[in-house]
Design a protein around this ligand. Sequence first.
Ligand code: NAP
Length: 271
Amino acid sequence: MLKDKKIAVLGAGKLGESLIRGLLEAGVITIANVRITAKHQQRLDQMRERFNVAGTLSNKVAAESADIIIVAVKPQTVPVVLSEIGEGLRPSQLLISVAASVSTAFIEKHLAAAVPVIRAMPNTPCLLKKGMTGIAAGSNATSEHLELAKFIFDSVGRTVVADEKHMDAITGLSASGPAFIYIVIESLAEAGVKVGLPRDVATELAAQTVVGAGSMVLETSEHPAKLKDMVTTPAGCTIDGILELEEGGLRVTLIKAVVKATQRAKELLET
Ligand SMILES: NC(=O)c1ccc[n+]([C@@H]2O[C@H](COP(=O)([O-])OP(=O)(O)OC[C@H]3O[C@@H](n4cnc5c(N)ncnc54)[C@H](OP(=O)(O)O)[C@@H]3O)[C@@H](O)[C@H]2O)c1
């Protein structure tokens, strides 16, 4: 589906690199068909060393020859990039923006022709093909465009097709979420050290426990509360741990973290 497509990644930073690596390792793109841009030549040189990928400092040059244009610059830089490429894009191309906060309507306003636009919100585990991405279609995107975007992000993890009004919430939950979970893993590992485990063992136990619990939710489709009940023996040790979590307000804290991140996601374009 992608092998013959020319892909331009405009702003190949952390997220752009995760995507390129994930798609390459999934075997769905050919590096010869990828062209990247960055703000600085140094970044292009670094990416060429890592992937042997062609780069240019001109977004216009990269975009005009591409079938699929992935805009992966910071939200505040999106208007700049669109002003450079907007006039030259054609309806036969597909623009996929992974920028937080930037709506498809905003992007479409900057494009001369009726170019199809898909808004996507992936996360960095795309690097390991364990990503989670939400995608939403703009007004010119057809179901085929949505399918193509889904194919791209399915190659590096899971994808949900969402209503665009939910994209800031997806940003606050699954795009910011890895950072929240790293803190959970770090804290569990600290706890392991506190109760006498070597740090490397504690970290492996904590990380694989998070992977296992996530897989249980996804693969059994059981409600997390039911899975929790299955681990919690009456008068056992897990219930004592749960009491501490409830007293410490873990649930409310995580809920507030996602709510705050979602609110911030709405503002990024302006600040
Ligand atoms: N990081 C995440 O987990 C994540 C998740 C989902 C979505 N996103 C979205 O992905 C986008 C990028 O985030 P990031 O974390 O990858 O940021 P980043 O590492 O700072 O990458 C941004 C890249 O854009 C390049 N750039 C800056 N100005 C440019 C211009 N005028 N033309 C072309 N390239 C330009 C930078 O080049 P230089 O390196 O040369 O300065 C840099 O490589 C953001 O919109 C963010 O909302 C990020």
